[in-house]
Design a protein around this ligand. Structure first.
Ligand SMILES: [Zn+2]
Ligand SMILES: [Zn+2]
Ligand SMILES: [Zn+2]
Ligand SMILES: [Zn+2]
Length: 439
């Protein structure tokens, strides 16, 4: 289903209707050549020309009838593609015998023992992170681009001085650390993603969720709020002796790779700071949910044991993925009932993704009242000039919070009023759930 409100390339759909009738998988994978397991030295000359690697994926994507997004740069690749079960299998086989996948333990050796072959299969699942879906989730389109960065951090020419300063934890270790130790969780994703799902630590509670709209705002948030992460709680015996432990995570792991290493380097510049230990979650929420599903299937855990609550936002028309039967942590933007269902502000040109329950979907849901006012002004403008749309009040409020760290007065809209009413009613449920897709 095409989103008619959105100019092409500006906004991703958050719902779809399958027309291919070929159920299969969506893959989500990436690689930085310099991060371990590093690309074997003999292949390094190949990385100089990303166009050639892009051509490989274009050819395979066409052969396998895939849809999705492929980003290639001199530093590595970042890929999410979808297709039928058979086509995805064919594509994975082609990838695993290509130079760009060497050193990852994914090569198939049919003469190897069945134990070894099982291990290769496990490595492949861990690397490609398949989840159910079909080519319709990217509207049947395969978009391949050579870019400067495989995910834009917004710091020109940044590359970690060392990849070793930050350790990636396997999902099981990440889970155990949250249960056993006093950790601080930080969500590296955009605010519209963390609104519908996030980690909750049994010791320190909900993850910190920065009000950033795109990943390139992450460094700014670190500059403004990084200190708060490294603060030690002062007990009766004075400040804790142990250094703070910060656990970071994102959807599939890629944003943490550079984003968290940049944070670590920025924070350690200040020698007086009580520099704690910073970790990332290997494979991100996607890997954690796959691990948790296996634990539940094996009878070792129940859905309530999952420290990730709600839904995992994804950048395709599925909108989100998650454990079966997981309770929503978000509420409908309009009526306030618990819901994890995604929709959009109906104002043309707004693109803000909102949580909207099926009943309210029938109505005229806007992110804020100001957004509706802007629409009327645009329609009333008979000059014929197309001016860039100014930010509506709810977006301005979020930006102010991000840049100045200040809490601003909430604008009056239907949704905001409901929030106030609910607060007064003592339910304390959050309604501040306007969210926006990446541009
Ligand atoms: Zn389909
Ligand atoms: Zn509703
Ligand atoms: Zn809006
Ligand atoms: Zn708004």
């Amino acid at each position: 289903m095409r989103d008619l409100n959105a100019p092409p390339g500006k906004s991703d759909a958050v719902s779809y209707t399958c027309t291919c009738n070929e159920p299969g998988y969506v893959l989500l994978f990436y690689r930085y050549w310099a991060n371990s397991p590093i690309l074997p030295e003999q292949w390094l000359p190949e990385t100089v020309d990303p166009e050639r690697l892009a051509a490989f994926h274009r050819e395979q994507g066409d052969l396998c009838n895939l849809s999705g997004k492929v980003r290639i740069s001199k530093e590595g690749f970042n890929i999410t593609v979808a297709g039928s079960e058979k086509n995805i299998e064919q594509y994975v086989t082609a990838c695993c015998s290509h130079w760009s996948f060497s050193g990852l333990g994914l090569d198939d050796d049919t003469s190897a023992s069945s134990e070894l072959q099982d291990e290769v299969q496990r490595n492949r699942d861990e690397f490609f992170k398949p989840t159910p879906g079909c080519r319709c989730v990217f509207e049947g389109i395969l978009n391949i681009r050579v870019t400067a960065e495989i995910t834009p951090l917004g710091v020109t020419n940044y590359s970690p001085s060392t990849w070793e300063a930050v350790r990636a934890l396997e999902p099981a270790d990440f889970h155990q650390k949250c249960v056993d130790e006093d950790v601080k969780l930080v969500d590296v994703r955009n605010y519209y993603e963390s609104r519908i799902g996030y980690f909750v630590s049994p010791t320190s509670g909900e993850a910190v969720k920065p009000p950033i709209r795109r990943f390139s705002q992450w460094p700014q948030w670190v500059k403004e709020h990084g200190d708060e992460l490294m603060e030690n709680k002062a007990g009766p015996e004075g400040p804790q002796k142990s250094k703070p432990q910060v656990l970071t995570y994102c959807t599939g792991g890629i944003r943490c790779e550079k984003g968290v290493r940049w944070m670590e380097e920025y924070m350690s510049k200040d020698e007086l700071r009580n520099q704690g230990q910073i970790y990332t979650l290997k494979g991100g929420i996607a890997a954690y949910l796959t691990w948790m599903e296996a634990e539940i299937a094996a009878g070792k855990k129940t859905a309530e044991d999952s420290l990730f609550k709600g839904r995992n936002y994804v950048f395709d028309a599925r909108g989100s993925t998650g454990l079966a039967g997981a309770e929503p942590v978000s509420t409908c933007h309009s009526c306030g009932i618990p819901s994890g269902r995604l929709s959009k502000c109906v104002s043309p040109g707004c693109h803000l993704v909102l949580v909207v329950c099926p009943t309210c979907e029938m109505g005229d849901v806007r992110c804020c009242h100001d957004c509706l006012k802007l629409c009327h002004e645009e329609q009333g403008d008979v000059s014929g000039h197309r001016r860039p749309r100014p930010l509506c009040e709810c977006e301005q409020a979020r930006e102010r919070e991000l840049w100045a760290g200040e809490r601003v007065k909430e604008p009056k809209t239907q949704g905001w009023r409901t929030k106030k009413r609910m607060k007064e009613g003592g339910q304390g449920k959050k309604l501040d759930i306007r969210i926006k897709v990446a541009e």
